[in-house]
Design a binder for this molecule. Structure first.
Ligand code: ADP
Length: 552
């Protein structure tokens, strides 16, 4: 008997991003791609145009003799040219580095240098930003403005700046996509770096394709050729949650909002283009709901939305469902998980539950997709039970979870092959994950933990609350106590006593915040999340800490 394993006898095609665009062109080339452009107008074309022009991009990069795996960066909103770069850059064997334009210019410089970016393609609205940083980015040898030839300002101050159209125009679209190892790097994205310098996650073709399959599954985002998808989630952060790839895989149409992310613009696009599915972070949907409510409008085509990136308040899930007949799928993920980790779709047996229990379930972050495994562990590294009550540090693993941060010096700190997420969570017997907090935001009061997310969710259910953030402030007796920082809705009245009363009966007495601090605005990070580190530094909060510190 030989101990050699018999290989399967199937075709060994590599899972490459180029194969997605080849498939999209051949099998659903006429599905629409609609983009609201920076210029203000709406651009329309089809998947076969994306394919043709992404081949021109690939040829252009070859023409520059840009070595394989070189980084091609973007500073761009969601739009069709950005989509062409998704396929043209990665498909040709280079690495697409999407930079978040909302970062501080110093961070953008740091990131561009750290990634060793060679080319930077940017929306013309970011010209002042590029003018400010380009002299500090010595590795970038070609700047490309994502605009028509005649939209390029003369005397722009950037050496060699060329418009995208002029850049790709000389190239024919006759191109054979190169074949290489599916584990090759395809794109990279830096974490938002709320603590310290950002860290670079480098995706592979294989991880991206497996994730695209996962994203399209029915118990995931359920993406199909019948969908018209509006990714409000930016293409500059974690590849718009993989939607561009999943759309190419399935034949879905895409609608890109460009820079206009206010409630009115997003609503108009949804209605005009017949959007069936949209995805984004809670702050964006809050603006949309506010708009729709104030105008007395409804959705005629929108069926479902995936909300994630930070905890989706149950009041939002309910408003979408009950007032607008739109299903909300709550999702959890991170840059390090490509990003989809869990999505909250119900199992058959849960559909038998009374409506209130279903609502309780839907507020959780959901079940693991195949491709992701998770566990919660205690301080001693021991795995904790799945009882829906015990909470611990969340660890994940799988083929689209980070192994190491770029440039690969073992700094992802895997523990026995598991990635420690920095989140604290519970898991119930049916495998539903619920995030309690980021470990650094958990409030420890008298030896017990209080979830800041629970406190925020209750405040958000109050009709006069626009946005709420809960933080822990130090307390001489209890170590820490929660206070809730609130932005009131315009023209509504609310005082501290009323909001504190609103908590009565909704959580244990000792978990109810000690105080309410009203502020004009809550600082949001580059991806639309509340920045707790900045909230703690707000004058209203530091002043509060000083007076409360003496309290017994
Ligand atoms: P960064 O880590 O750079 O801040 P990410 O977009 O990768 O940005 O954020 C991932 C984090 O966002 C998760 O670790 C988690 O703390 C939080 N998060 C994502 N989705 C949810 C959700 N549905 N509920 C609660 N927290 C979430």
């Amino acid at each position: 008997m030989t101990n050699e394993i018999q290989m399967g006898l199937m075709q060994p095609h590599s899972l490459l991003i180029s194969s997605l665009i080849v498939h999209a062109e051949r099998h659903h080339g006429d599905a629409q791609i609609v983009s609201r452009r920076v210029e203000g107008d709406v651009h329309r074309y089809q998947w076969h145009d994306v394919a043709r022009r992404s081949r021109q991009v690939a040829r252009t990069l070859d023409g520059m003799t840009l070595p394989l795996s070189s980084r091609v960066a973007t500073l761009a909103w969601n739009g069709y040219r950005h989509l062409e770069l998704y396929f043209g850059v990665s498909g040709s064997g280079r690495v697409l580095h999407t930079i978040n334009p909302r970062l501080h210019p110093d961070q953008i410089v740091w990131i561009a240098n750290h990634a060793d970016d060679q080319v930077l393609c940017f929306d013309i609205s970011f010209l002042p930003l590029v003018q400010a940083v380009h002299s500090k980015c010595p590795t970038i040898r070609q700047y490309v403005a994502l605009c028509d030839r005649d939209a390029l300002p003369v005397d722009n101050g950037i050496p060699g700046l060329i418009s995208y159209e002029q850049w790709i125009e000389p190239q024919s679209d006759d191109y054979d996509w190169p074949q290489f190892d599916e584990n090759a790097a395809s794109s990279m994205c830096y974490t938002s770096g709320t603590t310290g310098n950002p860290k670079a996650v480098m995706y592979s073709h294989r991880s991206t394709l497996l994730h695209a399959y996962g994203a399209a599954l029915p118990d995931s985002m359920s993406i199909s050729a019948r969908d018209v998808i509006l990714p409000v989630v930016p293409m500059f952060h974690v590849n718009a949650w993989g939607i561009p790839y999943a759309a190419a895989l399935t034949g879905a149409s895409l609608v890109f909002p460009g820079p206009q992310l206010d409630g009115k613009s997003v609503y108009e696009l949804i209605e005009q283009e017949g959007v069936t599915f949209a995805a984004g972070v809670p702050t964006v949907w809050q603006m949309l709901l506010d708009h729709v409510k104030s105008e007395g409008q409804s959705f005629s085509t929108l069926k479902r939305t995936v909300i994630g990136g930070s905890a989706c308040p149950p009041s939002m899930i309910q408003a979408f469902r009950e007032q607008y007949n739109v299903e909300v799928i709550h999702a959890w993920g991170m840059t390090e998980t490509s990003p989809l980790g869990t999505l909250c779709t119900l199992k058959n047996k849960s559909l038998m539950l009374p409506a209130e229990e279903q609502t309780q379930l839907r507020r959780k972050q959901g079940r693991a997709l195949y491709g992701i495994d998770f566990k919660i562990v205690g301080d001693a590294g021991n795995e904790l039970p799945w009882d829906g009550k015990t909470f611990g540090d969340l660890y994940v693993k799988g083929p689209w979870v980070v192994r190491d941060y770029f440039p690969g010096q073992g700094n992802a700190a895997l523990v026995d092959g598991w990635f420690p997420t920095g989140d604290v969570a519970t898991i119930d017997a049916d495998g539903y994950l619920q995030i309690t907090d980021r470990s650094k935001d958990v409030i420890k009061s008298g030896g017990e933990w209080i979830s800041s997310i629970d406190i925020e969710n209750i405040a958000m259910a109050h009709p006069a609350v626009q946005l709420a953030a809960c933080i822990g402030v130090s307390h001489p007796k209890w170590e820490e106590r929660p206070v809730v920082v609130v932005v009131k809705r315009e023209n509504m009245t609310l005082d501290k006593e009323e909001l504190l009363q609103f908590y009565e009966g909704k959580m244990a007495k000792w978990q109810i915040p000690d105080d309410v601090i009203f502020v004009d605005a809550i600082p949001l990070g580059a991806t639309g999340k509340m920045l707790k580190s900045r909230i703690r530094q707000m004058p209203e909060i530091t002043a509060y800490g000083a007076t409360e510190g003496s309290r017994q």
